[in-house]
Each structure stands twice: as structure tokens, then as C-alpha cells.
Design a protein around this ligand. Structure first.
Ligand code: FA5
Length: 350
């Protein structure tokens, strides 16, 4: 009886396995025929109540059939997996062009800064640095701009609120500013070095002014300072010309206008002809044909004295050029505010 039952289960199971078309149904059939609650498992469980002879013959038969059904399941699964593999979807066309990776790149101002640093280091200049949050002493006093000097009004200043507190010995704390110029680095460098030397100091500066196409509240300057015993305006002009021809790879006209800075004597305003409009006049040069690039001059002896150098022993030239203004000329940009606008459409063009 039981042998017939087992043979019957085998017949039905193999027939159903042969007909099945999906992997999900194979799982269901496995539960139906070999699961814990299946008829087949019931027979196996009842072996313990049988006589020894019966247990032996039925047991052997049941195990044989179980293996056969299990093998049929495994083969069916293999067959269905192979059938369902979508070769078309898995195909790789090795001749297709690769997907373009989105890559970041340097901001145009950083590029300009590195380019300037390369040119000056190739001319034997060192690169110096100073803090953006600066004391009144380095930003003004040591540069021959005492407290009530009208020259302080030349650069509208962001003052940091700290001067209400007193120091431990009851003195007014030194006033702190967001530096208005990179000229502070002149003082910081000279305090620690003895001439001869030549440096540039690129950096960010801040001014409390209303913005327009050539003025922003945050911008960059790069200071140059060359000091020795026989430095003249000739050196200033020569170094500037060398720099411009390397930087613009084009003929650039330079114009020095007499000006006033407390830390230089004589002082100049340094203009170059506008490369955006070729001198005809445009918004980059405010229709002047010339763009004011920076201030320059021969270092005032009062500044040397402030850093402890003997008066009249050394001569030097210094300048402070606007980095954005240089970038505007190089890339023909007509509004300085674009640099800090955060507009990716602008930045991605470089
Ligand atoms: C100065 O800042 C002096 N420290 C320069 C100097 C250094 C003179 C060493 C002598 C010796 P001035 O305020 O003119 O000077 O600024 C220098 C340059 O910074 C300007 O010619 C211009 O190119 C740039 N600049 C000034 N204000 C702004 C602004 N708001 N936005 C963008 N660039 C500016």
C-alpha cells in the first residue's frame, strides 16, 4: 500500500515539476511535495511506528524517491534560470563612448593666483602671507597711517567689535579690522627679515563699499615688495613690464599717474590699457579705455623705521594690484561681482 502511495507521489511530483514554467512555482511545489507538512514527510515520520522489515524497505524506497524528486527540482530550477537570463539586456557594447565624468576645477581667481605666483617665483620672488583678520597696527599705523589721518578714509573699513573690552592691565584693547589691503604683509615680513629681499603676497581683502562693475566688498590683491640698497622706480617698472608680458602674453600699455599713499613716496596709480575693448571704452574700464590695476610707489622711510630698519639705509618699491581686475582683463569679464556670485554658469566657463 505505502509503496504504491510513494510511487503515486513521485509520479505526480515529476509530472508537475516537468510542466512548471516559473521559478516561483517551483518553490511552491517543493513545499507541497517535500515540505514539513507534505504527505511524503508524513510517511517518513510514520517509519518509527513500523516493523523493522517494513521500516527498512519503505525507508530505503522513500529516500530514493526523495532524492529523485529533489534532483528534478534542482534541474528544473537550473533550466528556468538559464531561460530567464536576458542576453540582450546584459550585452555590453564596448565601442560606445564612455560617460563623461563631472569634474571640479579651480576657480578662475585661484588659477590667476597660481599663475602669478609661478611668474614671480621664476623671477626670484618669495611668497609671503598674512592674516585676513588684522590689527589696526599692521593694517594702518605701521604703514604710516596714524589714527586721525585722513588717509584712513581712502579705504572704508569693516571694524570688528572687540574694542569695548579692556585688557588685564586696564588698557583699551587693540582694534581689529578685516584687512583692507595686503600691505599689512609688508610690515609682517619686514619685522622678521633683513634686506635684500623680494616678495609677493596674494590675499583676500575687504572694504565696506557699495559695489559696481569694478568694485566688490570682498576682493583680492597681490602685494609686491622689493627692498635693497639701490632699488628705484626703474626696478618697479621693469618688474611690472616683465610680469605683464608673461601674464598677458600680449603687448600691454602701462600708465603711471602721480598719486598718494602714506606708505610710499613718490606714489603712483598704476593703469593698463583695457584689453576687453582695446582701449575704446566699455563697462570693464568704465568707458575710460584704461583700467586702474593698483597703487605703487617707493617705500616711505617712515615704514622702514616702523619695522626697525635704520632710516635711509634701504630703498624699496611696493605695489598692491587688484587680482580680480587682472582676471577681468585676461578673460574679458565685464563685471567684478561675477567672481563671487557663486553662479556655476560663470565658473564652468573656465
Ligand atoms: C591699496 O590698497 C594700496 N595698499 C596699494 C599699494 C600697495 C600702494 C603698495 C602702494 C604700495 P587701492 O585702494 O588703490 O590701494 O587698491 C589697489 C587696487 O585694488 C585697486 O587699484 C584695484 O585694482 C583694487 N581694488 C580696490 N578696491 C577694489 C574693489 N572694491 N573691488 C575690486 N578691486 C578693488
Amino acid at each position: 500500500m505505502l509503496e504504491q502511495k510513494i510511487a503515486q507521489i513521485k509520479k505526480e511530483a515529476l509530472a508537475e515539476i516537468a510542466a512548471v514554467e516559473s521559478l516561483g512555482v517551483v518553490g511552491e511545489l517543493r513545499v507541497k511535495y517535500l515540505g514539513r507538512k507534505s504527505e511524503f514527510t508524513g510517511i517518513l515520520k510514520s517509519l518509527k511506528d513500523m516493523s523493522e522489515d517494513e521500516r527498512k524497505t519503505i525507508g530505503q524506497l522513500a529516500n530514493l524517491i526523495k532524492t529523485e524528486i529533489e534532483t528534478a527540482f534542482v534541474e528544473k530550477e537550473k533550466e528556468l534560470k538559464e531561460k530567464s537570463f536576458d542576453f540582450a539586456a546584459e550585452k555590453i557594447d564596448v565601442t560606445m563612448p564612455a560617460k563623461k565624468l563631472q569634474r571640479g576645477h579651480l576657480h578662475p581667481l585661484s588659477r590667476i593666483q597660481y599663475e602669478i605666483e609661478d611668474i614671480f617665483t621664476s623671477m626670484g620672488f618669495e611668497i609671503a602671507d598674512g592674516p585676513e583678520v588684522e590689527t589696526e597696527f599692521y593694517n594702518f599705523d605701521a604703514l604710516n597711517i596714524p589714527k586721525d589721518h585722513p588717509a584712513r578714509d581712502m579705504q572704508d573699513t569693516f571694524w570688528i567689535k572687540n574694542n569695548e573690552q579692556l585688557t588685564a592691565d586696564n588698557k583699551q584693547q587693540e582694534k581689529i579690522v578685516m584687512r583692507t589691503q595686503t600691505s599689512d604683509v609688508q610690515i609682517r615680513f619686514m619685522e622678521k627679515h633683513t634686506p635684500p629681499f623680494r616678495i609677493i603676497a596674494p590675499g583676500r581683502v575687504f572694504r565696506r563699499e557699495s559695489t559696481d562693475t569694478t568694485h566688490d566688498h570682498t576682493f583680492h590683491q597681490f602685494e609686491a615688495l622689493m627692498v635693497g640698497e639701490d632699488i628705484t622706480v626703474g626696478n618697479l617698472k621693469f618688474v611690472a613690464e616683465q610680469f605683464f608680458s608673461k601674464f598677458f602674453k600680449a603687448d600691454v600699455e602701462i600708465r603711471l599717474r602721480p598719486s598718494y599713499f602714506p606708505f610710499t613716496e613718490p606714489s603712483f596709480e598704476f593703469d593698463i590699457n583695457c584689453l576687453v575693448c582695446g582701449g575704446k571704452g566699455c563697462s570693464s574700464c568704465k568707458w575710460a579705455g584704461w583700467l586702474e590695476l593698483g597703487g605703487a610707489g617707493i617705500v616711505n622711510q617712515n615704514v622702514f623705521e616702523a619695522v626697525g630698519y635704520p632710516r635711509n639705509k634701504y630703498q624699496g618699491f611696493a605695489w598692491g594690484f587688484g587680482l580680480e581686475r587682472l582676471a577681468m582683463m585676461k578673460y574679458k569679464i565685464d563685471d567684478v561681482r561675477l567672481f563671487h556670485s557663486g553662479d556655476l554658469r560663470f565658473v564652468k566657463q573656465f
